[in-house]
Design a protein around this ligand. Structure first.
Ligand code: AMP
Ligand code: MG
Length: 490
């Protein structure tokens, strides 16, 4: 192993590393052989106090070379509604924390080798799934949705066996914390009362300081996690993001989007859309996500029960999820439609719109962008000038009726039509990570060409802006292209 200079800036141990083993364990990584850059996120690095340009030192460090063992943690979880026992960082190592203006940021490598929690896995991540996680983390960040970030992608010729033989990669993830609902479930399930209290206190102090002053801090924190989760679900629905594996081990205590696997964005609108082909029962279909978010909060609440010990208060907290979610969703869709004020009829108009989109398989992102991009005042002319691929025939009587109703409703807005248009362009992205784009970039990367990855990442970091050279990335796959299958395998 090459001798490394001291990390600059230095990593500090994550606060949770004080938890007793096996809750926190130190374990060396298995560095990737012949590492090379896949991408370095120059838009994120300076915020972490790191150089904007990649350096050989960081390539070594982010390929798993270290002079001191990093940390892994145990967690548990409910997978597809079933208790899964001990899981944990099976292929994730926390190098440490960097102190930034936004507070401490944990730096974690995914795919740097075996850990005590690897179970049957190999501790590796393939290039294909690493490119997907790397791009989608930055796409959600670009959309303004709470998420873990991706700092870098390191590739290697190391072969990894999945359905076929692939090669290995490491994504460096960044978040204030990677603590999951499952961390609390693990300690609670095994009756580790002291460790549960200790983890709770650390998380409370660092991330929910206002709750500490409350009469019942654990209950106050549960309320905040419910609020954040309900808000996150509304954000996802508003951009058509489908996570695919909303198991409680993939739910962030901070309300961040976490663990990108078989995710997908809605294209032709279908409320029942399933992005994960392993999810036969449709548990995590697009329209089930809010319900599953609530269910997961219930699992967290049970785990926190020993700290709250008030069944009624827990029930009351969980009951707030639905109205909070509904309010956020309605606000989100109003903004998408350019409405700042609230009117009685709004919910019905949104419902009618989604029914039409469902009937005609209208492209979700394309529709809202086309509606936003209309010349101001045209709303009232009841014609939508959308490209054919969006899938709206505005001469169809039902669309004509809806567009006229939309025009009448929009005319009641106090803001100038031009302001309405600008506000809509700021919330309706032109670019989302469509599966075929990820696939295009993955195939180039597998052939050793990372230019498209770099370019697409930059476009996705600014999804509300126009990128004329990349206009075609705003569109669905060409008709007749093969349908891509995404599952849990990674
Ligand atoms: P996921 O379905 O990716 O959320 O993973 C569920 C659990 O399996 C987590 O504990 C992961 O760390 C672990 N895991 C997934 N893939 C691997 C792998 N290739 N090697 C070791 N552990 C893995
Ligand atoms: Mg996971």
């Amino acid at each position: 192993m090459t001798a490394l200079p001291e990390a600059d800036p230095p990593f500090r141990a994550p606060r949770w590393s004080v938890l007793p083993a096996p809750q926190a364990v130190r374990v060396f990584m298995q560095p990737l052989p012949q590492p090379a850059w896949g991408d370095w996120n120059e838009a994120l690095a300076p915020a972490l106090g790191l150089p904007a340009l990649p350096t050989p030192q960081w390539l070594h460090r982010l390929s798993g070379q270290a002079t001191a063992p990093p940390w892994c943690s145990a967690y548990a979880g409910h997978q597809f509604g079933v208790w899964a026992g001990v899981l944990g960082d099976g292929r994730a190592h926390t190098l440490g924390c960097l102190h930034t203006e936004q507070g401490p940021q944990e730096i974690q490598l995914k795919g740097a080798g075996l850990t005590p929690f690897s179970r049957m896995g190999d501790g590796r991540a393939v290039l294909r799934s690493s490119v997907r996680e790397y791009l989608c983390s930055e796409a959600l960040a670009g959309l303004g949705i709470p998420t873990t970030r991706a700092l870098a992608l390191v590739r290697s010729p190391l072969p990894v066996q999945r359905e076929t033989r692939e090669t290995a990669a490491i994504v460096t993830r960044v978040a204030p914390s990677f603590i999951r609902f499952g961390h609390f479930e693990h300690l609670s399930h095994h009756g580790h009362r002291d460790a549960l209290q200790q983890l709770f206190s650390l998380v409370l102090e660092d991330f929910f300081p206002t709750c500490a002053a409350q009469a019942q801090p654990a209950l106050a924190m549960l309320h905040q996690v419910i609020e954040r989760t309900a808000r996150l679900m509304a954000y996802w629905q508003c951009v058509g993001f489908c996570h695919g594996v909303m198991n409680t081990d993939n739910m962030s205590i901070l309300g961040l989007t976490l663990d990108y696997g078989p995710f997908g964005f809605l294209e032709a609108y279908d409320a029942r859309h399933l992005c994960n082909h392993s999810d036969r029962g449709g548990r995590y279909a697009y329209d089930q996500q809010p319900l599953m978010g609530w269910w997961n909060c219930g699992a967290l609440a049970s785990a926190l029960q020993p700290l709250i010990r008030d069944e009624q208060a827990i029930e009351n907290a969980l009951e707030r999820f639905e109205p909070l979610y509904e309010r956020n969703l309605l606000e989100g869709f109003r903004a998408k439609l350019g409405w700042q004020s609230a009117q009685e009829e709004d919910a019905l108009l949104i419902q009618q719109l989604l029914a039409l989109m469902q009937r005609d398989g209208v492209d979700f992102t394309g529709f809202f962008r086309a509606l936003s991009a209309q010349e101001p005042g045209l709303h009232r002319a009841a014609r939508l000038h959308a490209p054919a691929w969006v899938g709206v025939d505005s001469k169809d009587p039902d669309w004509d009726r809806w567009l006229r109703a939309y025009g009448r409703r929009s005319a009641q807005e106090p803001s100038h039509p031009e302001q309405q248009r600008e506000a809509m362009l700021r919330v309706n992205p032109k670019y989302v990570l469509r599966n075929h784009l990820a696939q295009e970039v993955i195939e180039a990367a597998q052939g050793g060409d990372f230019r498209a990855l770099h370019q697409l990442r930059q476009v996705l970091q600014h999804p509300f802006e126009e990128h004329p050279a990349w206009d075609h990335w705003a569109q669905p796959a060409a008709p007749g292209s093969p349908r891509l299958c995404v599952s849990c395998s990674s």
